[in-house]
Design a protein around this ligand. Sequence first.
Ligand SMILES: [Cu+2]
Length: 122
Amino acid sequence: MRRALPLLAALSVACSPSTPPPPTVQVSCVPEASPLRQRCTVTLRDRPAGLPIERATVTLAADMPSMPLAHSVRPAAATAGTAPGTYHGTLELEMAGRWVITVRIAGPVYDQVTHTIDVEHR
Ligand SMILES: [Cu+2]
């Protein structure tokens, strides 16, 4: 029975619902070739140290708040950039105007942030 206690302690640590604190998330998007093609860069840093977070799963989605259900832009999986903690994804938007980019981060940290951009007419 002496071994049971350390085992239980290990199990309770593994099952505790403590998740890491949400990261610092920076998002910027720039048009690429056309105003409707937006290349977005997401930078993830941990808190409080500010170290880059690598090997995260980052997904970008876009919608127009002024036109609910009118658009169905294909979400983009962002891929890791050369700078640690950076991720790039490109969205093909459907018209000029205000878009909200939703950034979902899954593992090793979890968060969801939005970033608003105004796409110019050309
Ligand atoms: Cu629209």
